[in-house]
Design a protein around this ligand. Structure first.
Ligand code: ADP
Length: 183
């Protein structure tokens, strides 16, 4: 199972590279400096070019970066997407440092930004499950549950398509199992 519909919004799973997605916004698992890093962050800046970093730097000058759980929006430079929403996931540190809530905040704040900009489609990576070491199964449950609740609580959302782009097969399997349990 790789699809679920809530109201007018389709939630889809796929395995691949988020930088090639043709959506209104792709979400970046950034770090709080907004200056780029490894993993999906590095891939987005490499493929999107310097325009993204320039806008991140302007945001840094204005507000000093991005706190964990928050999100900011920039151009997508050369990417096929129109925008990049940069959100900062929590570093997993055993689970007693509010990591679960902060991960949920990333999804909510990204969706809020998408709605503020009247976006119709958005693609998420598996935030925090790489370098930040969040347990993948729990991250998948939080991601899907949080997005589902957001859509249910915002019946007027313009978002029609929400894609979870799983990079590794482990994450795809975990998301498939979770979406099956939700249907
Ligand atoms: P974090 O620091 O939030 O853990 P990472 O970029 O290290 O961020 O990892 C987040 C997730 O993004 C991981 O599941 C990783 O496999 C995945 N990832 C890495 N490169 C890409 C890519 N090009 N497209 C989609 N997902 C990616």
């Amino acid at each position: 199972m790789n699809h679920i519909q809530i109201g007018q919004t389709h939630i889809q799973l796929l395995q691949g590279d988020i930088t090639v997605q043709q959506v209104d916004a792709i979400v970046n698992a950034a770090n709080s400096s907004l200056l780029g890093g490894g993993g999906v962050d590095g891939a987005i800046h490499r493929a999107g070019g310097s325009a993204i970093l320039e806008e991140c730097q302007q945001i840094r000058n204005r507000q000093g970066g991005c706190a964990t759980g928050d999100a900011v929006i920039t151009t997508a430079g050369r990417l096929p997407a129109k925008h990049v929403i940069h959100t900062v996931g929590p570093v997993w540190n055993g689970g007693s440092n509010n990591e679960r809530q902060l991960l949920a905040d990333c999804y909510v704040h990204s969706l809020q930004l998408a709605d503020e900009h009247q976006l119709i489609s958005i693609a998420f990576p598996n935030i925090s499950t790489g370098i930040y070491d969040f347990p993948k199964k729990e991250a998948a449950i939080i991601a899907l549950q949080t997005v589902k609740e957001y859509i249910e609580q915002h019946p007027d959302t313009l978002l029609q398509q929400i894609i979870f782009v799983c990079y590794d097969a482990d994450n795809l399997t975990l998301y498939e199992q979770q979406i099956q349990a939700m249907n």
